[in-house]
Design a binder for this molecule. Structure first.
Ligand code: IVH
Length: 687
């Protein structure tokens, strides 16, 4: 089959040949989507292509291809079988936001001639494949795919393979239930493990492969899936459901005999009086999306009352009494450019995927987590692969899998490290998560040395030899251990009682340092000196930093949607260390500005760049101290001169050439001040 890069889907069909090429790509993509393999386009690209085809068809009605997929159920791509459905299996109309839902409400009122009295239900729209399951006298006798809505394929061979769809009900009822089958995230992971073990192509994401797995008859292995019922109809004219049952009562009756329904899902089924309340539940379900064990692509709202449903009626493709509020796509395809490895505090080797930047739900994703070497192999990842990346809400983006059909020729498997990327030493591969054979002794000395640095805990008596000794003896396994060292331990590590006494004094003094210094000492990725100061100033207390979610962290200047969840995760992982610091009596608060108060100093709103050697009263100020001074005075320290720079602090060049920063500042008309001038400006803030 033809496989075209997703980017091609973005060009609008503007000529007949382009229209035909777009139709072909649309057919290929929907065939792989509904058929046996991974989709060669992500949903966003597919929708864009579909819209451009529809736009062309509207403008050129006479030239619409007779077999255009746009007017067909499932774009005509779902394999149609020979089992007639009891009543048509319909699809859902979509809206994309709160206004769309209000507009749907208006159309409902128009159809009923009044506002509905029976209320609405709100439930998740599970992202899988629709099936009808027939039970006769309590026994599951047949499962049928949706097909074209009037006929589907018999897939009864999957009976016994689907959680939530028991072979035997608790009562001998005859009924047809309808619902969605999908892989939960956990089932997807297992499915790919099993597929990899059988040398079968792994699935790119939980949804891809559901349709194929349902139809597969002769696989040497079976993959478990899960079913959630969202409706039921009468079978063989046997009435099990009470006449006039509401939607909520129908699902409750189905659940009562042992079938899982959307009401049993973590998102639940909610009965509400009106669409304002419905929108509230839509927002609540959308907010829990990242934590749900199964993928959802929307929230479905239905009129609850059977008589009102009947009055609203059906269109040719969907009921007028139900609507899907679609949620933003949280998965895109992009290219895996590289994998980098970092050694964590405990010596664990953590891989990160470097991706071609891709926009997912309003933010640009450039990196994603991978778990461990076995996981990389299970997902069969190769450098240069087109991969599916999932990011919802504030979670760290994750690579789901590779779209194997789009693999470039000659692509190599992701290389696994042969030596520790930090110390070049041996790797301990005993567990799935590889570790440096040195364990915490690999990355820990550097971290402790960093924490003891002048701008962090300022324990300058702690040299590399002492740090190495403390780590080697096991006396220091994290930063907090520094605060509980005994005189004996310090003497043993430093080699002298005198040095030990000095160290003890410095450690004692460090307990009173501002939160910004202590936080910086933790070595959280992406939080150097300036960022730690901004975080500490913003939150004021360690407890508030710990409570902050990714959204709250993004209120700190310089923290975007990519950095925020990483900081949240690392702060959470450091909980035991922070608890130990608290127990040791280390200060956990940032002193409030005494003079002018936050942001109200002479540099408020100004970005200040410092270059060259400082002179006068500032001569002794290291660069980090200059940055701290700038921030105390309400400004922000910049590192390069650009259009946003307000002031450049530079000593006049002593007869020689002006610095490149000074030249740039002159070009851009940025104010340049001597260190003396600047010192006067911020005189109230000098330490
Ligand atoms: S109701 C007559 N409820 O979404 C009512 N559909 O895009 C038809 N789906 O074809 C469907 N979760 O396969 C309904 N809670 C839910 C659903 C749901 C997933 C699927 C279903 C439908 C498709 C429409």
């Amino acid at each position: 089959m033809t496989t075209l890069p997703a980017a091609q889907a973005l060009s609008a069909a503007s000529s007949r040949p382009e229209y035909e090429a777009a139709l072909q790509l649309l057919r290929d993509a929907s065939r792989t989507y509904y058929g046996d393999g991974d989709s060669v386009l992500d949903d966003v690209s597919y929708d864009q292509l579909r819209r451009s085809v529809q736009a062309w068809e509207q403008e050129h009605p006479a030239e619409v291809s007779p077999d255009s997929p746009t007017g067909l159920v499932a774009d005509g791509a779902a394999p149609v079988g020979d089992v007639a459905h009891t009543t048509r299996l319909l699809s859902l109309d979509n809206v994309f936001d709160a206004e769309g839902l209000v507009a749907w409400g208006v159309s409902v009122e128009r159809r009923l001639g009044r506002s509905p009295k029976g209320g609405f239900t709100v439930e998740p729209k599970i992202d899988g494949a629709a099936v009808a399951a027939r039970y006769r006298s309590g026994r599951l006798v047949q499962i049928i795919t949706r097909g074209d809505g009037s006929h589907g394929e018999d897939i009864s061979h999957v009976i016994g393979q689907i959680d939530g769809l028991p072979e035997q009900l608790t009562e001998p009822v005859t009924i047809e239930v309808r619902g969605e089958v999908a892989f939960t995230q956990a089932q997807f992971e297992t499915a790919n493990e099993v597929r990899a073990a059988h040398n079968a192509q792994v699935f790119a994401n939980p949804r891809n492969g559901t349709a194929g797995t349902l139809r597969a008859k002769d696989r040497p292995y079976r993959l478990r899936m899960t079913f959630w019922a969202y409706g039921a109809v009468e079978l063989d004219a046997v009435a099990y459901l009470p006449a006039g049952a509401t939607h909520a009562e129908t699902l409750a009756a189905v659940a009562a005999v042992g079938i899982q329904t959307t009401a049993d899902s973590a998102a639940g089924l909610h009965v509400v009086a009106d669409l304002v309340a419905a929108q509230g539940q839509v927002d609540a379900i959308a907010a829990m999306r990242a934590e749900l064990p199964v993928g959802i692509d929307g929230v479905v709202i239905k009129m609850n009352d059977a008589a009102e449903q009947a009055a609203a009626g059906f269109g040719s493709r969907f009921p007028h009494w139900a609507i899907a509020v679609k949620l933003a796509a949280v998965e895109r395809q992009t290219v895996l450019e590289d994998v980098v490895w970092q050694v964590g505090r405990t010596g664990v080797l953590a891989p990160t995927a470097i991706l071609t930047p891709v926009e997912i739900d309003g933010s640009t994703v450039t990196r994603a987590t991978l778990h461990n070497p076995a996981d990389i192999r299970r997902r069969d990842l190769h450098i240069g692969d087109t991969v599916t990346v999932y990011k919802a809400g504030d979670i760290i983006p994750r690579v789901q899998g590779a779209v194997v059909q789009l693999r470039p020729a000659g692509a190599l498997e992701v290389p696994l490290p042969e030596a520790c990327p930090n110390c070049d030493g041996k790797i301990n591969k005993a567990q799935e998560r590889w570790r440096c054979a040195q364990g915490s002794a690999c990355a820990l000395p550097a971290l402790i040395q960093y924490a003891a640095g002048r701008d962090m805990l300022d324990i300058d008596g702690l040299g590399p030899a002492s740090v190495a000794a403390l780590v080697a003896s096991g006396d220091v396994a994290d930063v907090a251990d520094l605060f509980t060292l005994t005189a004996e331990q310090l003497t043993a590590a430093s080699g002298s009682a005198k040095l030990a006494a000095k160290l003890a004094e410095q450690i004692e003094a460090a307990k009173a340092l501002p939160l910004s210094r202590v936080f910086c000492a933790l070595g959280v990725l992406g939080t150097g000196r300036s960022m730690s100061r901004r975080i500490a100033r913003h939150f004021g207390k360690m407890e508030d930093i710990r409570q902050a979610d990714a959204a709250a962290l993004q209120d700190v200047e310089g923290i975007g949607p990519e950095k925020a969840p990483v900081i949240v995760e690392q702060v959470a992982a450091l909980a035991p260390v922070i608890d130990k610091l608290i127990a040791a009596g280390v200060n956990m608060e940032e002193p409030q500005e005494t003079s002018a108060g936050e942001g109200a100093g002479p540099l408020t709103g100004k970005v200040v760049v410092v270059t060259g050697k400082m002179t006068g009263v500032l001569a002794a100020y290291a660069r980090s101290e200059m940055n701290a001074l700038i921030e105390r005075a309400g400004g922000r320290a910049g590192s390069s001169v650009n259009a946003k720079t307000s002031i450049l602090v530079a000593a006049p060049s002593a007869g020689g050439k002006p610095s490149s920063k000074a030249v740039k500042a002159a070009e851009l008309g940025v104010e340049v001040r001597t260190p003396e001038d600047f010192a006067e400006m911020v005189a109230d803030y000098l330490a």
